[in-house]
Design a protein around this ligand. Sequence first.
Ligand SMILES: Cc1ncc(COP(=O)(O)O)c(C=O)c1O
Length: 392
Amino acid sequence: MDYSRFFSSDVPSFLRSPVREIFRKVDLSAIYSFAGGYPDAATFPIADIKRLSALVLEKYGAKALQYGATQGVTELREAISRRYGVPVENIQITTSSQQGIDVCSRILADPGDVVLVNEPTYLGALQSLRAYRADIQPLEGFRGFALKEELSVREAIEARGGFKRPKFCYVIPDFQNPSGQTMSLEQRQELVLMARELDFLIVEDSPYRELRYSGEEVPTIYSLAPERTLHLGSFSKIFAPGFRLGWIFGPPELLEQIYVCKQALDLCPPILDQYMAAEFMSSGALDANLEKSVRLYRSKRDLMLSLLEKYMPAGVSWTHPEGGLFLFLTLPEEIDTVALYDRALAAGVAYVAGSFFYRDGSHRNTMRLNFSFLDASRMEEGIKILANVIKL
Ligand SMILES: Cc1ncc(COP(=O)(O)O)c(C=O)c1O
């Protein structure tokens, strides 16, 4: 039976994730995988989680297994409030930051609304924005001409004519996925200035912020413009992604709409997980675990950079991230990383083609490499194979 006539008009805009397709086809443990954004399993605090689950069930009993508040349990909101210095009324718990992206897109974007993104950008955000049929535009285009003019940003845009006012801008300012790059304070201030002049909102997606291995911390966009920023955080990279927990900081008026929207999505975030995350934070175990994770990832990043230096052929360049889980390679113009992929896989190595992170599938000579997942002892062999595939 042909079911297509039953689908809503949103369905043709859905974007299938090529990254998830890779996982469906390939056993990651059987190859050298630089593809997924998976944390190193050694960072999962399994002993703490065993202890916490017993403690939470002892302390909260049936309450930990019951439905709970849509905003999230008070204990977790208070623990987040203490850690990040944000009032409890400005905090909504989400069922992961992917839901945060989706719920923000859902309450803000009508079909055809302009949403600005930093290209390349996170595929999961492109999926949400496409699903709501937003008109996704590169932030760079707006920045470029705003900077050139002596006029204010608004005057510059109006002088050009024909530009639709953006509804919001989606950015990953810290150790971006996929590029690994971090926005400077000046770039953040410039974005805030544009947002205020043109009256758009900012969705600041920051799941990697606490994974910094070098350089100086830069203030969040939320701290620069709390009145027009929705800041998304996640437990996936600082605790464990299997918990599917995150948070949003934002003005209570915006959170109120997210709260109503979330009622229809999942009623409430997982209760047992939230209590465990709250205990994990309050007991100091999160900080201790994070310190270990940062040490491990710093050494993996450094190893990956030195291996690229050692094995990559001339004409290949890459970013030098100060944190996060990824770096981004640019290969000679004539190399197509989408076409190269099957050969790489047959040789036993996986990456994600960089063009998947562009709205229009351009930049086919780029690739994203993850340095967190693969065991350090296997990294050299993996990079050697990848370099040989590129050389052929
Ligand atoms: C930039 C960015 N945002 C959001 C997510 C989703 O994270 P989660 O839903 O696990 O919190 C990811 C996952 O890799 C990501 O890279």
